[in-house]
Design a protein around this ligand. Structure first.
Ligand code: FAD
Ligand code: NAP
Length: 542
C-alpha cells in the first residue's frame, strides 16, 4: 500500500515535493494555509499571517533557465528575470501539467505535528490541522516541511538604540508593498540585503530623501552580466566552478573583489566591505550605483542611536526629521507547528543531514525542503532535495548509520564556516553546483561528464562549458526526462528569445574586419608622414 505523506505548504518547494511524491508512488496530501498555490510569489496587497510577503515591483535575482524545475523549463517567451506574476504563472502551469492541485487542501493550517507513541517502530506522525475553525487529526507515514523561511521578521532592536523613542513610522521590510504614501518623505532603511537595496532604489524615485544604513557594506552584482547575459548563466558553469575550486582561497577572494569592483569601485560608493570581514551573500541590483551617483540615495554607516526625530550614525553624522524607518534586517526560521523536543532552532539554524533530515530521529520520516540558501536559485535546489527525500521515505534509498551522519554534519559545518563564516545570515548558505551534485549523487542522477564526452560530445561540451542548468540532472538515472537533452541544447535560444525582439537587417559592425584595420593603419602612417613633412617645412628645413 502507498505510504500516506503530508506536505506542509504549497509554495515552490511544496509543489515540487508533491510532484516527486507522485513520481515515487507515495500518496501526498498537501496542506496550504492560504487559499491558493504560489507561496511568497503570490503577491497580495495585504500581508497575510504565516505566508511570505513580497513587494509589487520585485524581480527575481536568478534567471529563468537556472531557476526552473529540472523537467519543466520556463516557456521561451518568458523574460530571463521574472516578476511575481510570471513566477506564479509558471507555478500554475507546473501544478496543472503534473496534476498536483488534486493533492492540495487549501485554507488548511497545520497546527501541530507530533510523533505517535509507536514512532520508533512506525515513524508515523499525528498531524493536527485547522480549517474554518474546525480541527482534525490525521496519521501520516512521513512529513515534508515546506513552510518557507522568509516569513518571520528578524527585528534586532538592540542594534538600534532609542528606536522605541522614535516618533515617526517604523516597520519591517516584510510590510513594504509599493512606494505609495512615501511622496516627500525622508526615509531611512536599515540593513543591506536584496530587500533593502530594492526598496531603497524604488523609494529613491518617490521619497524626498533616502538613506541606507549598513554596518559592513556589500558586493553588488549586476543582473546583466558578460555580453548582457544573466549573471548566473555566465557564472555558474561547471568549468568555472572547477577552476575556482583549484584556486587558493586568498586568490579566489582577490579575484572576486576585482571582478565586483570592475563594474564600480564599491569603496567609492560607500559600499566597501572591511578587510577580514566574513563572507556575505552579494546582492543583485543594477540600479543601486546609479541612484547613489545621482545623489538620490545616500549610504550611511550603522546606527549609534535614534532620537524622537533623528538618526545618529556611528561616524557621528546626524540625519534630522526622518519620517519613516524600514528595518530590512532579514528573517528568522521558525516551525510553530513542531515541538522543541523534535526541532530546536539555535542561532537561526537547525542541524540537518545534507540540509534535509534530522540526524537523531529514530526513523527518517521528517524532511525539510527548501530550508537552504544556495548561491543561486532556490527552486531547483528544493526540487533536488525532494527527489532525494522522497526516495528515502519510499524506502528506495537508505540513510547511513548515525555515526556517519554526524561525521558528515560536522565535516560540512567546518567547511561552511571556513567558506562563509559564522554570521547569522550565513547559516543556510551552500555552494550551488557542489550541493546539487552531492544530492544528485545520492540518487544516481549526477551527470557523468567523462561518459558524456565519449558518447555525446556535443551535449558534454554544453554541460561542461555552459550554465549548470537544472535539466542536467534529468539526463540519466531515476526520473530521467527524455526532453532534457533538447532542453539543454536549446537553452541559449530560450535566453535570447525574450530580448531579441527586433532583428536588424544588417547589424552595425562592433569590430573592424581585417581590410578595414589595414586601411586604418595605412591612413595613420600616411598622416604621420604628412604631419612630419609639414612641421619640418615650417621649421625651414626644406
Ligand atoms: P514559500 O514560497 O514561502 O511557501 C511556503 C508556503 O507554506 C506558503 O504558501 C505558506 O502559506 C505555507 N505555510 C506555511 N506555514 C503553513 C502551515 N502551518 N500550514 C499550512 N501551510 C503553511 N529565490 C530564488 O531562487 N530566486 C529569487 O529571485 C528569489 N527572490 C526572492 C525575493 C524575495 C523578496 C524573497 C523574500 C525571497 C526570494 N527568493 C528567491 C527565495 C524564495 O523564498 C524562494 O524562491 C521560494 O519562494 C521558496 O519557496 P517555498 O515553497 O520554500 O516557501
Ligand atoms: P537578508 O539578506 O538577510 O539581509 C538582512 C540585512 O540586515 C543584512 O544586510 C544584515 O547586515 C542586516 N542586519 C541583520 N541584523 C542586523 C543588525 N543587528 N544590525 C544591523 N544590520 C543588521 O534579508 P533580505 O534582504 O530581506 O533577503 C531575504 C532573502 O530574500 C534573501 O535570500 C534574498 O536574496 C531574497 N530576496 C531576493 C530579492 C530579489 O530577488 N529581488 C529581493 C529581496 C529579497 P549584515 O550583512 O551586516 O549582517
Amino acid at each position: 500500500m502507498a505510504k500516506k505523506v503530508a506536505v506542509i505548504g504549497a509554495g515552490t518547494s511544496g509543489l515540487a515535493t508533491i510532484k516527486c511524491c507522485l513520481d515515487e508512488g507515495l500518496e501526498p496530501t498537501c496542506f496550504e494555509r492560504s487559499d491558493d498555490i504560489g507561496g511568497l510569489w503570490r503577491y497580495t496587497e495585504k500581508v497575510e499571517d504565516g505566508r511570505g510577503s513580497i513587494y509589487k515591483s520585485v524581480i527575481t535575482n536568478t534567471s529563468k533557465e537556472m531557476m526552473c524545475c529540472s523537467d519543466f523549463p520556463f516557456p521561451e517567451h518568458f523574460p530571463n528575470y521574472l516578476s511575481h506574476t510570471k513566477m506564479l504563472e509558471y507555478q500554475r502551469r507546473y501544478a496543472e501539467h503534473f496534476g498536483l492541485l488534486r493533492c492540495i487542501k487549501f485554507k488548511t493550517l497545520v497546527k501541530n505535528i507530533r510523533k505517535r507513541s509507536d514512532f520508533s517502530s512506525t515513524g508515523q506522525w499525528d498531524i493536527v490541522t485547522e480549517k474554518e475553525g474546525k480541527q482534525e487529526s490525521t496519521i501520516f507515514d512521513a512529513v515534508f516541511v515546506c513552510n518557507g523561511h522568509f516569513v518571520e521578521p528578524y527585528l534586532p532592536l538592540e542594534s538600534f538604540p532609542g528606536i522605541e523613542k522614535f516618533k515617526g513610522r517604523w516597520f519591517h521590510s516584510r510590510e513594504y508593498k509599493t512606494p505609495d504614501g512615501f511622496q516627500n518623505k525622508k526615509v531611512l532603511i536599515l540593513g543591506i540585503g536584496n530587500s533593502a537595496a530594492d526598496i531603497a532604489t524604488e523609494l529613491s524615485h518617490t521619497a524626498s530623501e533616502v538613506f541606507l544604513s549598513t554596518r559592513r557594506g556589500i558586493w553588488v552584482l549586476n543582473r546583466i552580466f558578460g555580453n548582457g547575459y544573466p549573471w548566473d548563466i555566465i557564472h555558474l558553469t561547471r568549468v568555472k566552478n572547477w577552476i575556482r575550486n583549484f584556486l587558493p582561497p586568498a586568490i579566489k577572494k582577490w579575484l572576486e573583489a576585482k571582478s565586483f569592483n570592475r563594474w564600480f569601485n564599491h569603496a567609492n560608493y560607500g559600499l566597501g566591505m572591511h578587510e577580514g570581514d566574513q563572507w556575505k551573500e552579494p546582492i543583485a541590483n543594477e540600479e543601486l550605483p546609479s541612484r547613489i551617483i545621482s545623489g538620490c540615495l545616500v549610504i550611511k554607516t550603522s546606527i549609534r542611536e535614534f532620537t524622537e526625530t533623528s538618526a545618529i550614525f556611528d561616524d557621528g553624522s546626524v540625519e534630522k526629521d526622518i519620517d519613516v524607518v524600514i528595518l530590512a534586517t532579514g528573517y528568522s526560521i521558525s516551525f510553530p507547528f513542531l515541538d522543541e523536543s523534535v526541532v530546536k532552532v539555535v542561532d537561526n539554524n537547525i542541524s540537518l543531514y545534507k540540509s534535509v533530515f534530522l540526524p537523531a530521529l529514530e526513523k527518517p520520516t521528517l524532511a525539510f525542503i527548501g530550508l537552504i540558501l544556495p548561491i543561486a536559485a532556490l527552486m531547483p535546489t528544493a526540487e533536488m532535495q525532494a527527489r532525494w527525500a522522497t526516495r528515502v521515505i519510499s524506502g528506495l534509498k537508505k540513510l547511513p548509520p548515525l555515526n556517519e551522519i554526524m561525521e558528515d554534519i560536522e565535516k560540512k559545518k567546518k567547511i561552511l564556516i571556513k567558506r562563509f563564516g559564522t554570521t547569522r545570515g550565513c547559516t543556510l548558505l551552500v555552494d550551488y553546483i557542489e550541493y546539487m551534485d552531492e544530492i544528485a549523487a545520492e540518487i544516481d542522477v549526477k551527470p557523468n561528464i567523462l561518459h558524456l564526452f565519449l558518447t555525446d560530445p556535443k551535449l558534454a561540451l554544453e554541460v561542461f562549458l555552459g550554465p549548470c542548468t537544472p535539466c542536467q540532472y534529468r539526463l540519466t538515472g531515476p526520473g530521467k526526462w527524455d526532453g532534457a537533452r533538447t532542453a539543454i541544447l536549446t537553452e541559449w535560444n530560450r535566453i535570447l528569445k525574450p530580448t531579441r525582439t527586433r532583428v536588424a537587417k544588417k547589424l552595425a559592425k562592433s569590430s573592424l574586419s581585417l581590410p578595414l584595420w589595414f586601411l586604418w593603419i595605412l591612413a595613420l602612417f600616411v598622416s604621420v608622414l604628412v604631419f612630419n613633412f609639414y612641421s619640418q617645412t615650417r621649421q625651414g628645413k626644406f
